[in-house]
Design a protein around this ligand. Structure first.
Ligand code: SAH
Length: 258
């Protein structure tokens, strides 16, 4: 059996209880060494083989997996954040299906949640944005043309941009083709939830100079949108005049529906 496990964004106590238990029980661990906090590997039993997939191809990862499975071992495939985002898990799942090895998935805290925590921010502010666009700049991995940053930026929604901290000048130019202005608030969050976490607040127009000044060019998320500013409406849900399945409103004026 293979367990795909989300390691969380970095802080070693941010793995789930289920993920930690699977690591303790594992007979073989393959972890994404570029971003998984190695402190997590301390949870594994003694003499358990541990492989860093940063140095391996898909074929090599699968060879190790098939061998360990053949020896009756439980395998943990540890991915950074949550495996569902930029985790290259689908190709592994399909491979395992082809060779008849069962697998399951234990979710993790994605770095985009860790970044919101670092910023003390809510991505979905009433009256500001009710959508979060998770995307990336095209790099060596292409992005479908319909999903270009410029196209997505037309919405003016909250944007969380992965894998792009090394391309901030280009990113800024693309964002400005959409609904954002040079003054739209933005932030870089480097290594959210790691001890060396850093937050740099800036604007869409100053992303590149901020990254250069702070020395941030990788392992960072770019956050863009007016959720980083100060204006918003209070929620309907917790307004005294708002009735829900759980609470009767007091008849005071309801907030505008947003
Ligand atoms: N599955 C992961 C994303 C893997 S892609 C997740 O859910 O978070 C790798 C990219 O994620 C990095 O280039 C960076 O943009 C982002 N990232 C991962 N961990 C991060 C962290 N702790 N802080 C900021 N960005 C991070």
């Amino acid at each position: 059996m293979v367990h795909f496990v989300g390691a969380g964004p970095g802080g070693p106590d941010l793995i789930t209880l289920r993920g930690a238990e699977l690591l303790r029980r594992a007979g073989c661990v393959i972890y994404a060494g570029s971003l998984v906090n190695p402190a997590l590997l301390g949870l594994t039993g003694e003499n358990v083989p541990i492989y860093n997939s940063a140095h391996m191809t898909l074929e090599q990862v699968m060879a190790v997996t098939e061998e360990a499975h053949g020896q009756g071992k439980e395998i943990v495939r540890l991915h950074t954040g949550d495996p569902c985002l930029y985790g290259a898990v689908r190709e592994q799942m399909d491979w395992l299906d082809r060779v008849g090895i069962p697998w399951d998935v234990t979710p993790g805290v994605s770095s985009f949640c860790g970044a919101a925590a670092a910023l003390g921010a809510e991505y979905t502010l009433p009256g500001v944005s009710q959508s979060v666009i998770i995307t990336r700049m095209a790099g060596r991995t292409p992005v479908p043309e319909k999903e270009s940053i410029a196209a997505l930026a037309a919405h003016g929604a909250t944007m969380v941009i992965f894998l792009s901290a090394g391309m901030l000048a280009g990113l800024s130019a693309e964002l400005l083709k959409g609904a954002y202005t040079p003054d739209t608030p933005a932030a870089l969050v480097y290594k959210a939830t790691w001890p060396e976490e850093r937050v740099a607040r800036c604007t869409v127009g100053t992303l590149a100079e901020t990254g250069a000044r702070e020395g941030i060019s990788k392992t960072a998320l770019v956050l863009v949108g007016d959720f980083l500013a100060h204006d918003y409406s209070r929620s309907c849900l917790y307004h005294p005049g708002f009735s829900t399945e759980y609470r009767q409103g007091d008849g005071s004026q309801k907030p505008e529906s947003r």
